[in-house]
Design a protein around this ligand. Structure first.
Ligand code: PNW
Length: 553
C-alpha cells in the first residue's frame, strides 16, 4: 500500500460520512487499487466535484455572449504624469534623453490573463476540478477572504466582449491560458471536445479582431485528479500526462498561435508544494522540504519534452516557458551581499534558466544542494532540456535588495540549522539604514506586499538577462503590472479607475524597455498584467491588477 493514499481515503470517508451522500463510489476501493485503477472506473466526475470541492456558484449569464461595440467615450488616455526622480544606479527617464525613440518594427504588446483567474464557469461543459478549486473551497483561509473562482470574470462566456475591448485598446496581443482540466477533466484519459471547441473559438475570435493569440498551456491549475492520484508535480508520473496534454493542444491549434508558453512560472508553482495536508492524496514518500525541487525537475523534463514534441509536429510559432522574479540588488557594497545576490539568481531564475539557456543543468550552487536527494540529469536529459525556449520570457514586476546572513553565505550553506538555510540569502524592500532606510519604491496593494514600483531598474534588469542567459530570440516581458493600493476599498468609480501609481509604473516601465533597446538589448515584446481585475490567487479579489475595472460580486 502506498502510504500517501491513506489521508486521501480518510478525507474521502470523512466527507462522505458528513454529507451522507449516496453518490460516493470510492468507499469500497482499497488504498492500493486507487493507485492503479484508471479513471473513470474508480472515481466519477461527479465524485471529484462532490467529494473534494462541493457545491459551486454559477453566473446568471451562462451562455456565450456576443460582443457589443466598445463606446469610444470609455477609451480616454490618462493624464500626463511626471517622470520619476532618479537615484543610486538608476537611469534618467527617456524623456530627457531622447523623446523621439519608438519601439522597433515587429515589437508586440498586449495584455495577459490566466484561465483560472478569469474564466469562472468552473463546472461548465465538463470541466474537471483543479487543485485550486479544492484549495479555495475547502482550505479555510487559503485565500484571504475565502473567495473562490467559481464565477470570476465570467470570461468563459464573455470572451468575445473582452477580446473586442483588447482590440479597441489598440494592442496587438492577448495572452491567455488553457485550463488542462477542461480539456482533460481527469488530467489524462478522455478528452473533452467541448473544451477544445471553446478555446478554438477564443483563438478564432482573437484572429477575427486582429489580435494575436498567445497561449500558455499551464498556469498553475493542475487537474485535481492528478494531485490525488500521485501527488502532482513532485511525482515523475506528471511528465507523460503533461506531454500527452500538450500534444493534444499543439496538434489541435497548431499554427494559429504565433507564440506559445508551455509553463507559467515553475518557481511559483513548485514553491506551492507541499500543498496543505489532508485535502489531497499527496506523495508522502517525498519529504515536504524536497517537494519544490522534485517539482522543478519534473517541470523541466515535461517542458522540454513538450517543446521537442511541438517542434516535431511542425509548430512554427515561438515556444518558451515563462520564468519569473524581480531584479536583485545587493543591499550593501560588501562581497558577501554580492555573493547573496548571485545565489539568489541561481536559486530563482537560474533554477530554470540555466538548464534551458546554458547547459541543460542546474547552477552549481543548486547542484551541490540537490546532491543528497535529487538524481542528476543524464547526458541525454541535459541535451533534451538545453535550448528549449525560443525567447527568454520573463514575468518581471519588481526589484528587491538582497543580503547575506550573519556569518556569510558559505557558513550558512554548511549549517542546516541556520534560519536562512537552504537559500542562505535574505531580501528586503528597504535601503540600508546608512542610506536612510527608504523603501525601494512605492508599494502596491497590501495584499501584494512583494510588489513595489521599481521601474528605474528595468534597463539594468534587461541587460542582466541578456548578459547572463544570452537568449538568441531576445527577451519578452510576459507579465508586468501593478496592483493600485486600496483600490478594492474605494467606492467612487472615478476614483477607482484613476490609477496614479499603476499609470506611472506602465509609462516608466515602457521607457525602461526603450532605454534598454536603445542600448542594444533585444526586447521583442511585452504584456501588461492584467486585462481586467481578476482572482489574484490567495489574495482573492482584493488585490486588483486590471487595466480594466471589473466588479466581482
Ligand atoms: C504572476 N514575484 O505571479 C502570475 O503569473 C499571475 O497569475 C499573477 O496574478 C500575477 O503575477 C500578479 O501577482 C507572480 O514575487 C507572483 O516576483 C510573484 C512574483 C511575480 C509574479
Amino acid at each position: 500500500m502506498k502510504i500517501w493514499a491513506l489521508p486521501f481515503l480518510i478525507q474521502a470517508c470523512l466527507i462522505a460520512c458528513h454529507s451522507g451522500s449516496d453518490t460516493v463510489r470510492i468507499g469500497t476501493n482499497t488504498a492500493a487499487n486507487l493507485t492503479t485503477l484508471s479513471p473513470p472506473t474508480v472515481i466519477t466526475w461527479d465524485d471529484l466535484w462532490d467529494l473534494y470541492v462541493g457545491p459551486v456558484a454559477t453566473a446568471t449569464l451562462n451562455t456565450t455572449m456576443a460582443a457589443t461595440p466598445i463606446p469610444t467615450a470609455e477609451l480616454i488616455p490618462p493624464p500626463h504624469l511626471n517622470p520619476a526622480a532618479s537615484s543610486r544606479g538608476q537611469q534618467v527617464p527617456m524623456a530627457t534623453k531622447n523623446s523621439s525613440w519608438s519601439f522597433p518594427k515587429g515589437f508586440w504588446w498586449g495584455v495577459a490573463s490566466a484561465a483560472y483567474q478569469v474564466e469562472g464557469a468552473v463546472k461548465a461543459e465538463g470541466r474537471g476540478p483543479s487543485i485550486w478549486d479544492a484549495l479555495l473551497h475547502r482550505v479555510t483561509g487559503y485565500s484571504v477572504a475565502n473567495e473562490t473562482a467559481d464565477i470570476a470574470d465570467n470570461q468563459y462566456y464573455m470572451y468575445k466582449q473582452d477580446i473586442a475591448r483588447i482590440a479597441a485598446l489598440g494592442v496587438n496581443t492577448y495572452s491567455f491560458s488553457i485550463s488542462w482540466s477542461r480539456v482533460f477533466p481527469f488530467g489524462n484519459g478522455q478528452v473533452n471536445q467541448l473544451a477544445l471547441d471553446h478555446y478554438d473559438d477564443v483563438i478564432n475570435t482573437c484572429i477575427e479582431y486582429g489580435v494575436e493569440p498567445s497561449v500558455t498551456l499551464y498556469h498553475w491549475d493542475l487537474p485535481l485528479y492528478l494531485q490525488n492520484s500521485y501527488g502532482g508535480w513532485p511525482s515523475s508520473q506528471i511528465v507523460d500526462d503533461f506531454v500527452n496534454y500538450a500534444k493534444v493542444i499543439f496538434s489541435y491549434y497548431g499554427n494559429k498561435v504565433p507564440r506559445w508558453y508551455i509553463l507559467n512560472e515553475p518557481i511559483a508553482f513548485c514553491y506551492d508544494y507541499p500543498l496543505p495536508d489532508n485535502y489531497f492524496g499527496a506523495n508522502k514518500e517525498i519529504p515536504t522540504w524536497q517537494q519544490p525541487y522534485w517539482c522543478g525537475r519534473h517541470a523541466l523534463l515535461a517542458h522540454s519534452k513538450a517543446y521537442h514534441l511541438a517542434k516535431s509536429l511542425g509548430i512554427n510559432g515561438t515556444i518558451s516557458f515563462k520564468n519569473n522574479g524581480g531584479y536583485k540588488i545587493p543591499l550593501t557594497n560588501s562581497t558577501e551581499d554580492a555573493k547573496a545576490v548571485e545565489r539568489a539568481w541561481d536559486f530563482f531564475e537560474g533554477w530554470f534558466a540555466n538548464p534551458v539557456f546554458i547547459n541543460g543543468n542546474f547552477p552549481e550552487a543548486l547542484k551541490s544542494f540537490f546532491a543528497s536527494f535529487l538524481p542528476d540529469f543524464t547526458d541525454e536529459e541535459k541535451q533534451m532540456i538545453n535550448g528549449t525556449s525560443d525567447v527568454f520570457a520573463h514575468d518581471a514586476y519588481t526589484a528587491e535588495f538582497y543580503f547575506a546572513p550573519k556569518g556569510g553565505v558559505d557558513a550558512c550553506v554548511q549549517n542546516i540549522s541556520n534560519p536562512y538555510w537552504p537559500l542562505c540569502f535574505g531580501s528586503t524592500y528597504n535601503n540600508p539604514a546608512s542610506a536612510g532606510g527608504w523603501v525601494i519604491g512605492a508599494v502596491a496593494d497590501p495584499l501584494s506586499p512583494w510588489l513595489h514600483k521599481t521601474t528605474e531598474w528595468v534597463p539594468a534588469f534587461l541587460h542582466f538577462i541578456a548578459d547572463k542567459w544570452k537568449p538568441k530570440g531576445g527577451i519578452a516581458i510576459t507579465e508586468f503590472g501593478f496592483a493600485e493600493p486600496f483600490e478594492s476599498v474605494k467606492t467612487n468609480k472615478p476614483d477607482i479607475v484613476f490609477d496614479s501609481i499603476r499609470s506611472s509604473y506602465y509609462k516608466e516601465y515602457l521607457e525602461g524597455i526603450l532605454i534598454a533597446i536603445d542600448e542594444g538589448v533585444n526586447v521583442v515584446g511585452c504584456l501588461a498584467w492584467s486585462i481586467l481585475d481578476n482572482l489574484e490567487w490567495r489574495a482573492g479579489y482584493g488585490s486588483r491588477f486590471g487595466i480594466h475595472f471589473y466588479l466581482i460580486k
